[in-house]
Design a protein around this ligand. Structure first.
Ligand code: C2E
Ligand code: MG
Ligand code: MG
Ligand code: MG
Length: 284
């Protein structure tokens, strides 16, 4: 009887492995199809200067709304894109799309608006990255300094030499750089000095702990002071409450991004947000 039971367990386990495998195959297939069909969307989240209350940038964020499974987070599908070796076509599509949006905004009233884009380790290693950026942004006359490349602390840790070289190459093109999710890992403060960053983004996790552990305020204060020491603009993201906003204002943070002002918006909503804000700005 015992033998039969263990055989049953083996059977169940095999079935589970099979299901997991076929699920993975299914995801792979879906991701491949989505990249080929360009089923992704780009959302833009406004960044507000909390000293002037003006909108001073937007961050482009990748979105995938699957007809059957709904919206799938970028952190979930980007690793699959990487496993499938589809980073280059996705990056090309993404950069071209952002450049077009940038051009459209430039043609209207928002010629000033800088756009931040996120690049993963894999994307940074794409041999065609610089030429894609050149072709799409610089060849159509968009100033490099209106483009900001965000690189997470984690990516920097995984690949310091590569990131160092790339950021210098981008700098030559006038493109700026931001270290994203700073304070979530264990980057050395030295990185802020040694790498050519112009901005630092405080990790969302630091803000989330703020309401629970008020002593986290000094952590944030330290990151802001550190950023300012190296002449970097400091951005806090994931700001959800007025209370967090108040604290950040008192701590002399420069910019914020978060639900308290706006969620990431689709192209149409983002354009409306920009025109609302620039009308406001013109009036004041
Ligand atoms: P990230 O670059 O740190 O982006 C910030 C994330 O915080 C975004 O999530 C944004 O929607 C979310 N967020 C903004 N405000 C709030 C808030 O007030 N509260 C909360 N709880 N969340 C807020 P999203 O769009 O899901 O992106 C997650 C991560 O996926 C990004 O983190 C980035 O690392 C990655 N990602 C997104 N788009 C791209 C892309 O085009 N390329 C690459 N390589 N990575 C991307
Ligand atoms: Mg999300
Ligand atoms: Mg980012
Ligand atoms: Mg971040």
């Amino acid at each position: 009887e015992n033998k039969q039971k263990s055989q049953e367990t083996i059977c169940v386990k095999k079935q589970q492995i099979y299901q997991q495998k076929s699920q993975a195959e299914k995801i792979k297939f879906m991701v491949k199809k989505a990249v080929i069909n360009q089923d992704f969307l780009i959302y833009y989240q406004p960044q507000i200067n909390i000293k002037t209350n003006k909108i001073e940038g937007v961050e482009a964020l990748l979105r995938w709304h699957h007809p059957e499974f709904g919206s799938i987070a970028p952190n979930q599908f980007i690793p699959w894109v990487e496993k499938l070796d589809l980073v280059i076509p996705l990056t090309e599509w993404f950069i071209e799309k952002v450049a077009r949006q940038h051009q459209a905004w430039r043609a209207s009233d928002f010629s000033f608006i800088p756009i931040s884009i996120n690049l993963s380790s894999h994307q940074l290693q794409a041999p065609t990255l610089l030429s894609i950026l050149n072709q799409n942004f610089l060849s159509i006359g968009l100033e490099g300094n209106l483009l900001i490349v965000e690189i997470t602390e984690k990516t920097l840790q995984e690949n310091p030499q590569n990131v160092f070289r790339l950021l210098h190459e981008l700098k030559q093109l006038g493109i700026k750089a931001c270290i994203d999710d700073f304070g979530s890992g264990t980057t050395s403060a030295r990185h802020l000095q040694q790498f050519p960053f112009t901005q630092v983004k405080i990790a969302q996790s630091l803000l989330q702990n703020l309401e629970k552990y008020p002593e986290e305020i000094s952590m944030i204060a330290a990151v802001i002071a550190l950023g300012h020491t190296f002449k970097l603009k400091v951005i806090a993201e994931g700001v959800e409450t007025e209370n967090q906003l108040d604290i950040l204002r008192k701590l002399d943070c420069d910019m914020i991004q978060g639900y308290v002002f706006s969620k990431p918006l689709n192209e149409i909503e983002a354009t409306q947000f920009l025109s609302f804000y620039s009308d406001d700005q013109n009036k004041s």
